[in-house]
Write a protein of this length. Sequence first.
Length: 392
Amino acid sequence: MVSRIYNFPTEEYQIRIARTRAEMEKRGLGWIIVTDPSNMAWLSGYDGWSFYVHQAVLLGLSGDPFWWGRGIDTRGALRTVWMEDEAVHGYDDTYVQNPEKHPHETLAELIRQQGGSKGRIGVELDNYYYSAAAHQVLVKELPEAELIDATGLVNWQRAVKSPAEIEYMRRAARIVEHMHRTILEVAEPGLPKNRLVAEIYRAGVEGAEGHWGDYPAIVPMTPSGIDATAPHLTWDEQPMREGESTFFEIAGCYRRYHCPQSRTLFLGHIPDKFREAEKAVVEATEMALEAAKPGNTCEDIAIAFNTTLNRLGFEKDGRCGYAIGLSYPPDWGERTMSFRRGDKTVLEPGMTFHFMPALWLDDGGIEITEPILITEQGHECFSSLPRELNVK
């Protein structure tokens, strides 16, 4: 028996599986093949940087789930999953990146051994980690099975967080606060951006209040000046400059649970336009957060935000928030709910979101965002950082 590393008690995993199975039964699925590493971790506890090869958790309507992946990763599985050793199955290395054979041939064999080759099997069709080739192999190897799109099935079961998950996110919030304070301490005109990002990474991994920092699912987004008119640029070697804004979209991460938060730093005198944008974003955020309470919908938050923002002379295209929690690269969102018109998902206590009211102007950007928890009475902001533009 290999010694184990557990992030949650077995009872919590069993509750998650029961919730997932209820949805499987509702959809008439006998099995699901879970390839999203976030969903794999949520169901089994597995944690490792092995998602660049084919791997999955196979879950039926009874018994423990199975972990399936590359043979050399089975020891990592034995260290992190809550199931017994017999539930871990590895394929040999000749299947890795070999055009003559495919790992999903062995997954199909495992499904046959478990009696699932003639039933309805859910697969995550629209997922970063489930390839077209993998699907083709399963169709070929399981001709009597019906492969059903079950994208998001597990993701939606993760929407309401347990007390332990919320505690992990609070620890991640302390880490992202530490990262933002580090930025304010070290950023100055002339400092190369890559050196600033090195300090951001140091602070994030160092952690806060006695809790270590995990790697985030997204790298720091740190564009300055005209680059900050776009949302997803990273960094280079260019120095920080006086008279430019830089927004920092970063996340603290603790045991794979994320708390993303953005703040904007302006070096030097702030133009009136940025002050006006700051005022509009802060006021619209306050109105939106008043709507962040149980019984309201995701749409209600978006309407409250955009109505106020438009009244103050600004517009934002796209959503202004999304669900967050447990995640792996390339995205710290849960890919379920969004704060936008048309999303009528009803808010429940225990749901967690990144409220993301970013504005990208014609000569810079401003991001002042909040990670939030829906509570019994309303909402809680995970972070206590001032909601304002930072000036240095």
